[in-house]
Design a protein around this ligand. Structure first.
Ligand code: F6R
Ligand code: MG
Ligand code: MG
Length: 374
């Protein structure tokens, strides 16, 4: 049997009442488009959902990652949703993530984000698709390190012989458009040195060293770097293969019980807690957030998707949500001050830059400090 490819491709092509959520009509059009592709034999299976204002196309097929046919399908689907629903309804930001009219068959640099990987389906193949709104790919850095490199979080790293050799972290420098492969555990400090800079470095994929099996893939696009101006945050997606030599489902979910601080809250310019939620709460409200993450569990069975299980729709995450709300109160009190607001490097493409420019001519040397203001 040839390998199965798991693709999670997402885009924001229009929101209801702002950058808040999608309307059911958008999902209906996307669903019909993928159902037709499945009928034609291109897809093995699909599942369409949304997290906040982002439509998520979850697909299985045999075309491999970055396949022209699959990317073309995703692009056409987002375009159709835009033309048939978002634009006629004048939804907010209709078509916003479709950066160019000239689509050439690959989504790289085109706006939508994607996490794709191919592998031999195991006798039982559980995977978790994770999708977040109002944040960026670097938001996965902290949990992915915990899951795949921290034995205090993932006991499988100690107990499971397939995991004990560790994992390779393929880390992307999103600014330079380069990547480096680093080995955990022996290069943990190098890994942390990069992953700590969440706005620039992100994990693109993780591989099990015992046999070079693919363990996880994340979307690593950054719209702001692509477009050279602020065009929205790259709300990220990823997937993790779990169990039997990979992290247990619970080991992959556990780090999210701590709502760590991530960038991307309002105007893509603020830091806030990443709140784990079920699909029913995957909508952004307070201060356009707080940033939210959903985890959907599937079995891939002969290429078909069984599920999903809505993992964070569970009382075990109630405390994390409460904590996230408390952290949101705490962060909000800072108003426009860092570290709630991002630092100047990250604000480069926002309108704040215009203010700085407009003040340039009024900036005087410090030697003139004793002069009384005019
Ligand atoms: C969008 C986002 C929002 C917007 C904000 C302002 O992903 O995070 O917080 O940045 O609502 O949007 P505009 O400038 O379109 O009014
Ligand atoms: Mg949006
Ligand atoms: Mg979004």
């Amino acid at each position: 049997m040839s390998k199965v490819t798991f693709s999670v491709i997402k885009a924001d092509v229009g929101g209801l009442a702002g950058h808040h959520a999608v309307v059911p009509e958008e999902l209906k059009v996307a669903e019909a488009s993928l159902a037709a592709a499945q009928k034609s034999g291109l897809l093995l299976d699909h599942y369409v959902t949304a997290v906040g204002d982002d439509i998520q196309l979850i697909m299985t097929h045999r075309k491999g990652p970055e396949s022209k046919e699959i990317h073309d399908l995703a692009w056409r689907t987002f375009k159709e949703v835009t033309d048939k629903v978002s634009k006629p309804m004048k939804l907010y930001g209709a078509g916003q993530d479709l950066l160019s009219d000239a689509f050439s068959g690959n989504l790289r640099g085109m706006g939508p984000g994607y996490a794709e990987g191919e592998f031999d389906e195991r006798p039982s193949e559980p995977v978790l698709a994770m999708m977040a709104d109002k944040t960026e790919p670097g938001a996965w850095n902290w949990p992915l390190y915990k899951i795949f490199a921290d034995p205090m979080s993932t006991p499988g790293l100690v107990i499971d012989s397939k995991m004990r050799k560790g994992f390779v972290f393929r880390v992307m420098d999103m600014q330079a458009d380069k990547f480096v492969d680093l080995k955990a555990p022996e290069e943990s400090y190098e890994i942390l040195a990069l992953l700590g800079t969440t706005g620039r470095y992100a994990v693109q994929s993780i591989w099990r060293r015992a046999d070079n099996e693919l363990a996880a893939v994340s979307s690593t696009s950054r719209l702001s770097f692509m477009a050279g101006r602020y065009v929205g945050k790259d709300d990220p997606c990823m997937f993790i293969r779990v169990q039997a030599g990979f992290p247990a489902t619970g080991e992959a979910l556990d780090p999210f019980a701590f709502p760590h601080l991530v960038a991307g809250w309002t105007r893509g310019s603020h830091i806030g807690p990443l709140m784990p939620v079920g699909l029913k709460d995957a909508k952004c409200t307070r201060f356009d957030g707080p940033p939210r993450v959903v985890a959907l569990g599937f079995q891939i069975t002969d290429g078909k998707l069984i599920g999903p299980a809505d993992m964070f729709d569970d009382i075990a995450y109630d405390r994390a949500r409460q904590e996230a709300n408390r952290m949101a109160d705490f962060m909000r009190q800072h108003g426009p001050f860092m570290p709630h607001r991002l630092g100047p490097e990250e604000m480069e493409y926002t309108q704040l830059n215009d203010i700085l420019k407009s003040l340039e001519s009024r900036m005087k040397p410090s030697a003139e400090m004793l002069v009384v203001p005019a």
